[in-house]
Design a protein around this ligand. Structure first.
Ligand SMILES: Nc1nc2c(c(=O)[nH]1)N[C@H]1C(S)=C(S)[C@@H](COP(=O)(O)O)O[C@H]1N2
Ligand SMILES: [Mo]
Length: 431
Protein backbone atom coordinates (compact mmCIF):
# COMPACT_ATOMS: atom_id res chain seq x y z
CA UNK A 1 0.00 0.00 0.00
CA UNK A 2 1.41 3.37 -0.92
CA UNK A 3 1.06 6.24 1.43
CA UNK A 4 -1.19 9.03 0.27
CA UNK A 5 -0.03 12.62 0.44
CA UNK A 6 -1.67 13.25 3.80
CA UNK A 7 -0.19 10.15 5.39
CA UNK A 8 3.34 11.02 4.53
CA UNK A 9 5.32 12.16 7.54
CA UNK A 10 5.46 15.89 7.92
CA UNK A 11 8.97 17.21 7.76
CA UNK A 12 10.75 15.30 10.51
CA UNK A 13 7.48 14.18 12.16
CA UNK A 14 6.33 10.64 12.83
CA UNK A 15 4.22 8.86 10.20
CA UNK A 16 0.49 9.06 10.68
CA UNK A 17 -0.57 5.62 11.97
CA UNK A 18 -3.81 5.98 10.01
CA UNK A 19 -7.29 4.99 11.19
CA UNK A 20 -8.76 7.51 13.61
CA UNK A 21 -5.64 9.62 13.39
CA UNK A 22 -6.61 10.61 9.87
CA UNK A 23 -9.14 13.31 9.39
CA UNK A 24 -11.00 11.38 6.72
CA UNK A 25 -11.78 8.63 9.27
CA UNK A 26 -14.36 10.88 10.93
CA UNK A 27 -17.34 10.93 8.62
CA UNK A 28 -20.36 12.24 10.49
CA UNK A 29 -21.79 15.14 8.50
CA UNK A 30 -23.27 16.78 11.60
CA UNK A 31 -19.97 17.22 13.44
CA UNK A 32 -18.86 20.80 13.32
CA UNK A 33 -18.39 23.95 15.39
CA UNK A 34 -22.11 24.71 15.56
CA UNK A 35 -23.18 21.44 17.20
CA UNK A 36 -20.20 21.56 19.56
CA UNK A 37 -21.05 25.16 20.47
CA UNK A 38 -24.67 24.26 21.28
CA UNK A 39 -23.61 21.52 23.71
CA UNK A 40 -20.92 23.85 25.09
CA UNK A 41 -23.49 26.56 25.79
CA UNK A 42 -25.62 24.20 27.87
CA UNK A 43 -22.56 23.04 29.82
CA UNK A 44 -21.32 26.59 30.27
CA UNK A 45 -24.53 27.38 32.13
CA UNK A 46 -25.02 24.01 33.84
CA UNK A 47 -21.56 23.11 35.11
CA UNK A 48 -21.09 26.29 37.21
CA UNK A 49 -24.46 25.64 38.88
CA UNK A 50 -23.43 22.08 39.74
CA UNK A 51 -20.06 23.35 40.99
CA UNK A 52 -21.48 26.11 43.18
CA UNK A 53 -24.23 23.95 44.68
CA UNK A 54 -21.50 21.40 45.39
CA UNK A 55 -19.42 24.00 47.25
CA UNK A 56 -22.52 24.96 49.21
CA UNK A 57 -23.08 21.35 50.14
CA UNK A 58 -19.57 21.19 51.54
CA UNK A 59 -20.09 24.42 53.50
CA UNK A 60 -23.35 23.01 54.88
CA UNK A 61 -21.35 20.27 56.59
CA UNK A 62 -19.53 22.82 58.73
CA UNK A 63 -16.35 20.94 57.91
CA UNK A 64 -14.26 23.14 60.18
CA UNK A 65 -15.97 21.68 63.22
CA UNK A 66 -14.45 18.59 64.76
CA UNK A 67 -15.83 15.22 63.62
CA UNK A 68 -17.65 16.63 60.61
CA UNK A 69 -14.82 16.60 58.14
CA UNK A 70 -13.47 13.19 57.36
CA UNK A 71 -11.43 14.60 54.50
CA UNK A 72 -8.76 16.18 56.65
CA UNK A 73 -7.65 19.73 56.13
CA UNK A 74 -9.23 21.56 53.23
CA UNK A 75 -6.39 24.05 53.45
CA UNK A 76 -6.62 26.95 51.06
CA UNK A 77 -9.53 25.41 49.16
CA UNK A 78 -11.67 26.02 52.22
CA UNK A 79 -11.25 29.80 51.79
CA UNK A 80 -14.90 30.30 50.96
CA UNK A 81 -16.38 28.38 53.88
CA UNK A 82 -18.96 30.34 55.84
CA UNK A 83 -21.46 29.72 58.58
CA UNK A 84 -24.25 27.70 56.99
CA UNK A 85 -27.58 29.31 58.01
CA UNK A 86 -30.58 27.51 59.49
CA UNK A 87 -33.00 29.51 57.34
CA UNK A 88 -34.62 29.36 54.89
CA UNK A 89 -35.21 25.85 56.12
CA UNK A 90 -35.69 24.47 52.58
CA UNK A 91 -32.42 25.87 51.23
CA UNK A 92 -30.35 22.68 51.40
CA UNK A 93 -33.24 20.72 49.95
CA UNK A 94 -33.14 22.98 46.90
CA UNK A 95 -29.38 23.39 46.49
CA UNK A 96 -28.57 19.72 46.96
CA UNK A 97 -31.57 18.55 44.96
CA UNK A 98 -30.36 20.83 42.15
CA UNK A 99 -26.79 19.57 42.46
CA UNK A 100 -27.73 15.93 42.03
CA UNK A 101 -30.57 16.40 39.53
CA UNK A 102 -28.64 18.74 37.26
CA UNK A 103 -25.65 16.42 37.50
CA UNK A 104 -27.79 13.60 36.11
CA UNK A 105 -29.44 15.79 33.48
CA UNK A 106 -26.10 17.02 32.13
CA UNK A 107 -24.73 13.52 31.51
CA UNK A 108 -26.21 13.16 28.00
CA UNK A 109 -25.07 16.71 27.14
CA UNK A 110 -21.56 15.91 28.32
CA UNK A 111 -21.53 12.74 26.25
CA UNK A 112 -22.84 14.66 23.23
CA UNK A 113 -20.14 17.27 23.67
CA UNK A 114 -17.39 14.67 23.97
CA UNK A 115 -18.71 12.84 20.90
CA UNK A 116 -18.74 16.07 18.93
CA UNK A 117 -15.05 16.79 19.55
CA UNK A 118 -13.66 13.26 19.56
CA UNK A 119 -11.57 13.70 16.38
CA UNK A 120 -9.45 16.13 18.42
CA UNK A 121 -8.39 13.30 20.69
CA UNK A 122 -6.69 11.73 17.66
CA UNK A 123 -4.99 14.87 16.42
CA UNK A 124 -1.87 14.13 14.38
CA UNK A 125 0.92 14.83 15.00
CA UNK A 126 0.19 14.52 18.73
CA UNK A 127 2.80 17.15 19.55
CA UNK A 128 3.15 20.22 17.39
CA UNK A 129 4.39 22.90 19.72
CA UNK A 130 4.91 23.49 23.45
CA UNK A 131 1.72 25.59 23.54
CA UNK A 132 -0.23 22.75 22.00
CA UNK A 133 1.18 20.28 24.52
CA UNK A 134 -0.04 22.53 27.30
CA UNK A 135 -3.45 22.77 25.69
CA UNK A 136 -3.72 18.99 25.34
CA UNK A 137 -2.61 18.48 28.95
CA UNK A 138 -5.33 20.89 30.09
CA UNK A 139 -7.86 18.93 28.06
CA UNK A 140 -6.79 15.79 29.86
CA UNK A 141 -7.61 17.48 33.17
CA UNK A 142 -10.87 18.79 31.70
CA UNK A 143 -12.16 15.53 30.28
CA UNK A 144 -10.65 13.40 33.02
CA UNK A 145 -12.00 15.77 35.68
CA UNK A 146 -15.48 15.80 34.15
CA UNK A 147 -15.68 12.03 33.84
CA UNK A 148 -14.28 11.57 37.37
CA UNK A 149 -16.75 13.99 38.96
CA UNK A 150 -19.77 12.57 37.19
CA UNK A 151 -18.80 8.95 37.83
CA UNK A 152 -17.99 9.41 41.54
CA UNK A 153 -21.16 11.48 42.02
CA UNK A 154 -23.44 8.94 40.36
CA UNK A 155 -21.83 5.98 42.12
CA UNK A 156 -22.18 7.67 45.49
CA UNK A 157 -25.85 8.39 44.93
CA UNK A 158 -26.35 4.81 43.78
CA UNK A 159 -24.47 3.46 46.82
CA UNK A 160 -22.03 1.65 44.55
CA UNK A 161 -19.09 3.22 46.17
CA UNK A 162 -16.05 1.35 44.98
CA UNK A 163 -13.31 3.97 45.16
CA UNK A 164 -10.59 3.90 47.78
CA UNK A 165 -10.75 6.70 50.32
CA UNK A 166 -13.54 9.07 51.23
CA UNK A 167 -16.08 10.14 48.64
CA UNK A 168 -15.96 13.70 49.97
CA UNK A 169 -12.21 13.98 49.57
CA UNK A 170 -12.21 12.61 46.05
CA UNK A 171 -15.26 14.48 44.83
CA UNK A 172 -14.22 17.74 46.48
CA UNK A 173 -10.62 17.88 45.29
CA UNK A 174 -11.67 16.50 41.91
CA UNK A 175 -14.18 19.35 41.60
CA UNK A 176 -11.44 21.96 41.98
CA UNK A 177 -9.22 20.31 39.40
CA UNK A 178 -12.15 20.02 37.01
CA UNK A 179 -13.38 23.59 37.48
CA UNK A 180 -9.90 25.06 37.02
CA UNK A 181 -9.56 23.22 33.70
CA UNK A 182 -13.15 24.14 32.82
CA UNK A 183 -12.59 27.87 33.37
CA UNK A 184 -9.36 27.84 31.36
CA UNK A 185 -11.04 25.93 28.54
CA UNK A 186 -14.16 28.12 28.53
CA UNK A 187 -12.07 31.30 28.42
CA UNK A 188 -9.89 29.94 25.63
CA UNK A 189 -12.76 28.63 23.53
CA UNK A 190 -15.34 31.33 24.16
CA UNK A 191 -14.64 33.16 20.88
CA UNK A 192 -14.82 29.89 18.94
CA UNK A 193 -18.08 29.03 20.67
CA UNK A 194 -19.62 32.36 19.69
CA UNK A 195 -18.45 31.95 16.10
CA UNK A 196 -19.86 28.43 16.07
CA UNK A 197 -23.24 29.60 17.35
CA UNK A 198 -23.40 32.32 14.69
CA UNK A 199 -22.73 29.82 11.95
CA UNK A 200 -26.29 28.47 12.00
CA UNK A 201 -29.57 29.39 13.62
CA UNK A 202 -31.15 26.96 16.02
CA UNK A 203 -34.62 27.85 14.80
CA UNK A 204 -33.71 27.04 11.20
CA UNK A 205 -31.76 23.95 12.14
CA UNK A 206 -34.78 22.46 13.90
CA UNK A 207 -36.55 22.39 10.52
CA UNK A 208 -33.89 20.36 8.71
CA UNK A 209 -34.56 16.63 8.40
CA UNK A 210 -31.96 13.90 7.98
CA UNK A 211 -32.12 13.86 4.21
CA UNK A 212 -31.31 17.55 3.93
CA UNK A 213 -28.53 17.47 6.53
CA UNK A 214 -25.24 18.65 5.05
CA UNK A 215 -21.86 19.31 6.63
CA UNK A 216 -21.28 22.74 8.03
CA UNK A 217 -19.82 25.21 5.56
CA UNK A 218 -18.26 28.60 6.00
CA UNK A 219 -15.79 27.40 8.62
CA UNK A 220 -12.24 26.13 8.53
CA UNK A 221 -12.80 24.02 11.63
CA UNK A 222 -11.21 20.58 11.52
CA UNK A 223 -14.28 19.22 13.30
CA UNK A 224 -16.04 19.26 9.95
CA UNK A 225 -15.59 15.97 8.11
CA UNK A 226 -13.44 16.08 5.00
CA UNK A 227 -15.06 12.86 3.87
CA UNK A 228 -18.69 13.03 4.99
CA UNK A 229 -20.90 9.97 4.81
CA UNK A 230 -24.59 10.09 3.98
CA UNK A 231 -26.42 11.55 6.97
CA UNK A 232 -28.06 9.00 9.28
CA UNK A 233 -29.34 11.61 11.73
CA UNK A 234 -30.06 15.32 11.48
CA UNK A 235 -28.69 17.91 13.91
CA UNK A 236 -32.28 18.23 15.08
CA UNK A 237 -32.30 14.48 15.70
CA UNK A 238 -29.02 14.56 17.59
CA UNK A 239 -30.20 17.42 19.81
CA UNK A 240 -33.51 15.63 20.29
CA UNK A 241 -31.75 12.45 21.33
CA UNK A 242 -29.61 14.24 23.90
CA UNK A 243 -32.60 16.29 25.08
CA UNK A 244 -34.74 13.17 25.42
CA UNK A 245 -31.93 11.48 27.37
CA UNK A 246 -31.72 14.43 29.74
CA UNK A 247 -35.48 14.63 30.19
CA UNK A 248 -35.66 10.89 30.88
CA UNK A 249 -32.98 11.20 33.55
CA UNK A 250 -34.83 14.17 35.01
CA UNK A 251 -38.10 12.24 35.03
CA UNK A 252 -36.68 9.21 36.82
CA UNK A 253 -34.80 11.17 39.49
CA UNK A 254 -36.84 14.27 40.32
CA UNK A 255 -39.31 12.26 42.43
CA UNK A 256 -36.62 11.77 45.08
CA UNK A 257 -36.33 15.52 45.55
CA UNK A 258 -40.06 16.14 45.62
CA UNK A 259 -40.72 13.34 48.10
CA UNK A 260 -44.13 12.14 49.16
CA UNK A 261 -46.14 10.37 46.45
CA UNK A 262 -43.57 11.35 43.77
CA UNK A 263 -40.92 9.32 45.51
CA UNK A 264 -42.03 6.11 43.76
CA UNK A 265 -41.28 7.65 40.34
CA UNK A 266 -37.60 8.03 41.21
CA UNK A 267 -36.51 4.82 39.52
CA UNK A 268 -32.87 5.83 39.42
CA UNK A 269 -32.73 6.80 43.07
CA UNK A 270 -31.49 4.13 45.40
CA UNK A 271 -32.94 2.85 48.66
CA UNK A 272 -36.05 1.46 47.09
CA UNK A 273 -36.96 -0.01 50.48
CA UNK A 274 -40.53 0.85 51.29
CA UNK A 275 -40.74 3.07 54.38
CA UNK A 276 -44.34 1.92 54.84
CA UNK A 277 -47.25 4.23 55.43
CA UNK A 278 -48.58 6.23 58.35
CA UNK A 279 -46.87 8.99 60.35
CA UNK A 280 -43.42 7.40 59.94
CA UNK A 281 -43.95 6.54 56.28
CA UNK A 282 -41.26 8.76 54.79
CA UNK A 283 -37.90 7.82 53.40
CA UNK A 284 -35.29 6.17 55.59
CA UNK A 285 -31.55 6.47 55.14
CA UNK A 286 -30.22 3.53 57.14
CA UNK A 287 -32.45 1.18 59.09
CA UNK A 288 -31.71 0.35 62.71
CA UNK A 289 -31.08 -3.27 61.74
CA UNK A 290 -28.49 -2.29 59.12
CA UNK A 291 -26.36 -0.44 61.66
CA UNK A 292 -26.73 -2.94 64.48
CA UNK A 293 -29.16 -1.09 66.76
CA UNK A 294 -30.99 -3.69 68.85
CA UNK A 295 -34.26 -3.62 70.76
CA UNK A 296 -32.28 -3.81 74.02
CA UNK A 297 -30.27 -0.67 73.08
CA UNK A 298 -33.39 1.41 72.82
CA UNK A 299 -35.51 -0.27 75.49
CA UNK A 300 -36.29 1.05 78.99
CA UNK A 301 -32.60 1.12 79.91
CA UNK A 302 -31.89 3.80 77.29
CA UNK A 303 -30.65 7.08 78.75
CA UNK A 304 -29.68 10.44 77.33
CA UNK A 305 -26.57 11.97 78.86
CA UNK A 306 -26.41 15.76 78.59
CA UNK A 307 -22.98 17.19 79.27
CA UNK A 308 -21.97 20.82 79.79
CA UNK A 309 -21.05 22.66 82.95
CA UNK A 310 -23.06 19.95 84.64
CA UNK A 311 -23.92 16.42 83.58
CA UNK A 312 -27.49 15.15 83.60
CA UNK A 313 -28.78 11.69 82.77
CA UNK A 314 -32.35 11.59 81.50
CA UNK A 315 -34.88 8.88 80.76
CA UNK A 316 -37.26 9.21 77.87
CA UNK A 317 -40.06 10.11 80.27
CA UNK A 318 -37.89 12.89 81.70
CA UNK A 319 -37.54 14.28 78.19
CA UNK A 320 -41.25 13.97 77.45
CA UNK A 321 -41.94 15.94 80.62
CA UNK A 322 -39.61 18.78 79.61
CA UNK A 323 -42.03 20.71 77.45
CA UNK A 324 -42.20 19.71 73.81
CA UNK A 325 -41.88 22.01 70.85
CA UNK A 326 -43.17 21.31 67.32
CA UNK A 327 -41.35 22.20 64.11
CA UNK A 328 -42.19 21.34 60.48
CA UNK A 329 -38.91 20.42 58.82
CA UNK A 330 -37.76 18.28 55.89
CA UNK A 331 -34.97 15.74 55.76
CA UNK A 332 -32.67 16.58 52.86
CA UNK A 333 -29.89 14.13 52.12
CA UNK A 334 -26.60 14.84 50.37
CA UNK A 335 -27.63 12.20 47.83
CA UNK A 336 -30.26 14.58 46.53
CA UNK A 337 -33.35 12.99 47.97
CA UNK A 338 -35.53 14.82 50.42
CA UNK A 339 -38.85 14.54 52.17
CA UNK A 340 -41.53 17.15 52.42
CA UNK A 341 -41.86 18.86 55.80
CA UNK A 342 -42.60 16.46 58.62
CA UNK A 343 -44.05 17.66 61.89
CA UNK A 344 -41.39 16.88 64.51
CA UNK A 345 -42.01 17.09 68.22
CA UNK A 346 -39.25 17.15 70.76
CA UNK A 347 -37.14 19.04 73.24
CA UNK A 348 -35.37 22.17 72.03
CA UNK A 349 -31.60 21.77 71.89
CA UNK A 350 -31.51 25.18 73.59
CA UNK A 351 -33.45 23.79 76.54
CA UNK A 352 -31.06 20.86 76.85
CA UNK A 353 -28.13 23.28 76.71
CA UNK A 354 -29.68 25.36 79.47
CA UNK A 355 -30.09 22.21 81.53
CA UNK A 356 -26.34 21.67 81.16
CA UNK A 357 -25.61 25.24 82.22
CA UNK A 358 -25.11 26.84 78.78
CA UNK A 359 -27.40 29.73 77.87
CA UNK A 360 -25.59 30.61 74.67
CA UNK A 361 -24.07 27.36 73.40
CA UNK A 362 -21.46 27.65 70.64
CA UNK A 363 -21.48 24.00 69.60
CA UNK A 364 -22.87 20.59 70.42
CA UNK A 365 -21.24 17.22 69.97
CA UNK A 366 -23.98 14.68 69.28
CA UNK A 367 -23.31 10.98 69.74
CA UNK A 368 -25.45 8.06 68.69
CA UNK A 369 -25.75 4.53 70.01
CA UNK A 370 -24.28 3.74 66.61
CA UNK A 371 -20.58 4.27 67.13
CA UNK A 372 -19.26 4.07 63.57
CA UNK A 373 -20.71 5.48 60.39
CA UNK A 374 -22.80 8.59 60.90
CA UNK A 375 -22.92 8.19 64.66
CA UNK A 376 -21.09 11.39 65.64
CA UNK A 377 -21.78 14.96 64.55
CA UNK A 378 -20.85 18.44 65.64
CA UNK A 379 -23.55 21.08 65.33
CA UNK A 380 -22.54 24.74 65.04
CA UNK A 381 -23.67 27.42 67.49
CA UNK A 382 -26.29 28.92 65.17
CA UNK A 383 -27.76 25.45 64.68
CA UNK A 384 -27.94 24.66 68.39
CA UNK A 385 -29.47 28.07 69.15
CA UNK A 386 -32.22 27.92 66.52
CA UNK A 387 -35.54 27.57 68.38
CA UNK A 388 -36.66 24.95 65.82
CA UNK A 389 -33.64 22.70 66.44
CA UNK A 390 -34.89 19.69 68.31
CA UNK A 391 -34.02 16.44 69.89
CA UNK A 392 -37.13 14.89 68.36
CA UNK A 393 -39.10 12.21 70.17
CA UNK A 394 -42.19 12.13 68.01
CA UNK A 395 -43.06 12.75 64.37
CA UNK A 396 -46.37 13.53 62.68
CA UNK A 397 -48.26 12.87 65.90
CA UNK A 398 -46.77 9.42 66.57
CA UNK A 399 -43.74 8.03 68.40
CA UNK A 400 -40.60 8.01 66.26
CA UNK A 401 -40.21 4.64 64.59
CA UNK A 402 -37.06 2.69 65.33
CA UNK A 403 -35.79 3.30 61.80
CA UNK A 404 -36.30 7.06 62.12
CA UNK A 405 -34.21 7.17 65.27
CA UNK A 406 -36.27 6.13 68.32
CA UNK A 407 -35.86 6.92 71.21
CA UNK A 408 -34.56 10.36 70.12
CA UNK A 409 -32.97 11.98 67.07
CA UNK A 410 -31.67 15.38 66.10
CA UNK A 411 -33.56 17.50 63.61
CA UNK A 412 -32.20 20.95 62.69
CA UNK A 413 -33.61 23.30 60.04
CA UNK A 414 -31.63 23.44 56.76
CA UNK A 415 -29.21 20.83 58.05
CA UNK A 416 -27.81 18.20 55.63
CA UNK A 417 -29.63 14.95 56.50
CA UNK A 418 -26.45 13.23 57.58
CA UNK A 419 -26.10 15.58 60.57
CA UNK A 420 -29.59 14.83 61.85
CA UNK A 421 -28.25 12.02 64.02
CA UNK A 422 -30.54 9.14 64.95
CA UNK A 423 -30.59 7.02 68.14
CA UNK A 424 -28.89 9.80 70.14
CA UNK A 425 -27.42 8.80 73.48
CA UNK A 426 -25.21 11.76 74.45
CA UNK A 427 -24.99 15.49 73.74
CA UNK A 428 -22.06 17.62 74.88
CA UNK A 429 -22.56 21.40 74.79
CA UNK A 430 -19.83 23.99 74.71
CA UNK A 431 -19.84 27.74 74.96
N1 LIG B 1 -26.97 7.28 63.75
C1 LIG B 1 -27.25 7.57 62.49
N2 LIG B 1 -27.89 8.73 62.21
C2 LIG B 1 -28.18 9.05 60.92
C3 LIG B 1 -27.82 8.20 59.86
C4 LIG B 1 -27.17 6.98 60.18
O1 LIG B 1 -26.83 6.17 59.29
N3 LIG B 1 -26.90 6.70 61.50
N4 LIG B 1 -28.08 8.58 58.56
C5 LIG B 1 -28.13 10.03 58.36
C6 LIG B 1 -28.51 10.39 57.02
S1 LIG B 1 -27.31 10.27 55.82
C7 LIG B 1 -29.73 10.93 56.72
S2 LIG B 1 -30.07 11.48 55.17
C8 LIG B 1 -30.78 11.02 57.74
C9 LIG B 1 -32.03 10.35 57.26
O2 LIG B 1 -32.99 10.28 58.25
P1 LIG B 1 -34.16 9.21 58.14
O3 LIG B 1 -33.54 7.87 57.90
O4 LIG B 1 -34.93 9.30 59.39
O5 LIG B 1 -34.97 9.66 56.95
O6 LIG B 1 -30.37 10.43 58.96
C10 LIG B 1 -29.06 10.70 59.35
N5 LIG B 1 -28.83 10.21 60.68
MO1 LIG C 1 -28.03 11.30 53.98
Amino acid sequence: MTATESERPAAGGPANPGGPFERKFWRSPIRGPWLTAVFATVLLVGIPIVFITGLLSYAAYNPRLAHNDTTGSTGTLGFYLFQWPTHPLWLYRVTQGTHVLLGFVLIPVLLGKLWSVIPKLFQWPPVKSPAQVLERASLLLLVGGAVFEFVTGVLNVQYFYVFPGSFYTLHYYGAWVFIAAFIAHAALKFPAMRRGLRNRRLRDELRVDTEHTVPESGTDSDLVSSNPSRPTISRRGALGLVGAGSLTLLAVTIGQSLGGPFRSTALLAPRGTDPGSGPNGFQINKRAKEVGITAADIGPTWRLTVVGRTTTVLTRDDLLAMGLHTAALPIACVEGWSTGNQSWQGVRLLDLAALAGHDAPTSALVQSLETGGFGTTTLAGNQVRDPDSLLALRVNGAELSIDHGYPARVIVPNNPGVHNTKWVTKITFEG
